[in-house]
Structures are given as C-alpha cells and as structure tokens.
Design a binder for this molecule. Structure first.
Ligand SMILES: Cc1cc2nc3c(=O)[nH]c(=O)nc-3n(C[C@H](O)[C@H](O)[C@H](O)COP(=O)(O)O)c2cc1C
Length: 189
C-alpha cells in the first residue's frame, strides 16, 4: 500500500477507456462507498447519494443514453450510437455521485454541493489507495434531463460526477500542475 503522502502526490486520472478489469470486489466496493460517505457535511444533511453501475448495468443505462443521442442526432452513424451506448461501460465499475443539495434554513446549497464533490474526490483517492485508478467525469449526459430521468434522479438531484474505476492499462503520464507561485498568496493585512 503506498504511503499516504506519496499516494496524494502521485494520484493521476486515467481515461475510462484505459481502465480494465477486474473490478473491485464487493468488499472493496463497500470500502470505497464507506470512505466516500465519510466527508465533511455541514449540518449532517447527507446531501448526496451513490448509484453503482457494475456488470452489464452500464450497458443498460447506455441504452437510454444512446436513444436520446439518436433522437437528437438523426444523422449519427452506427459507430457513434454504439459509442454512446458504451459510455457507462468503458470501465469495470462506475459510481455516480448524485447531489441532493437544496435550499435549507441554515446550510447554503453551495456547501451541500461542495460536500458531494468531496464524496467524488474521496472515491477517486480511495480507489487509488487500493491500487486501482479512477477518473471523475461528467460528459454531456450528466446534464441531460431525459438521461437523469432514465437513471432515476429526482428533479432536485444533479450528477456531481461519474467516477470510473479500474486497473490502469498502462502507467499514466503526469501532466503539468499549476506552480504554487501562481495560485498561492500570503495574506499580509
Ligand atoms: C466536476 C468535474 C467534471 C469533470 N468532467 C470531465 C469530463 O467530462 N471529461 C473529462 O475529460 N474530464 C473531466 N474532468 C477532469 C478529470 O476528472 C481530470 O481531472 C482530468 O482528466 C485531469 O487529470 P488529473 O486528475 O490527473 O489532473 C472533470 C473534473 C471535475 C472535477
């Protein structure tokens, strides 16, 4: 198991297409979800939930995505439709983080949304800690009301992200990171 700081310093997203099986075991999946639900949560509102796509569930969800894509793009090629059908079946495991943020007397909605982002990030880091790789994506279907209905999201719910998890087909190359000198200032009054 990598040292915690090394782990945080080396995390890198891996494209869904480059994530292979085997998927995390049921016990590992439970661990991932338990860690993801242990995030800061102002007011203890649990303003998020998870939808797990494993086995052929990604392809079943993909039927709806492909249908909606076909309706919007009557000229789409069979290859394009097939690509859409496989959107949620590229990695062996996909976990949708769903935000349930809403108006509250005390807790700003913004903070509830941030908490769901923390869930997604915890999932990514926990997957990395277990030796898997992960990537947090949204893509167009996360914002399409018809797709959200097909996935069972209530009108007040939003997709925070689809976290794709699997084994990296090859070690990922890093990308340049923002120099601290550009993003950090010291408050001096
Ligand atoms: C809310 C959110 C949505 C994202 N959606 C996408 C996406 O749809 N497609 C994509 O290529 N990257 C998306 N990303 C970026 C990837 O998660 C990732 O950060 C990027 O590939 C860079 O890799 P890195 O995490 O190693 O820096 C999203 C990130 C966030 C935080």
């Amino acid at each position: 198991m990598p040292d915690a700081l090394d782990l945080l310093k080396t995390r890198r997203s891996v494209k869904p297409m480059e994530l292979t099986g085997p998927a995390p075991s049921p016990a590992e999946l439970d661990t991932l979800l338990t860690i993801a639900s242990r995030v800061p949560d102002h007011g203890k509102l649990t303003p998020w939930r998870f939808i797990v796509f494993e086995g052929d569930a990604g392809l079943k969800a993909g039927e709806a995505i492909a249908e909606i894509f076909r309706a919007d793009h009557p000229d789409a090629t069979p290859e394009q439709i097939e690509f859409e059908r496989k959107r949620l079946a590229r990695a062996p495991l996909v976990i949708a983080v769903v935000s349930r943020a809403g108006p509250h007397v005390k807790i700003p909605e913004w903070e509830q949304l941030l908490s769901s982002g923390a869930c997604a990030m915890s999932l990514v880091l926990a997957a990395h800690a277990m030796g898997y790789a992960a990537t947090w994506i949204t893509e167009w279907y996360a914002y399409d009301r018809r797709v959200l209905d097909a996935l069972g999201l209530a009108p007040n719910e939003k997709i925070t992200g689809f976290v794709h998890v699997g084994r990296p087909a090859k070690p990922p190359e890093d990308r340049p990171r923002p120099p601290l000198s550009q993003i950090v200032t010291r408050f001096s009054g």
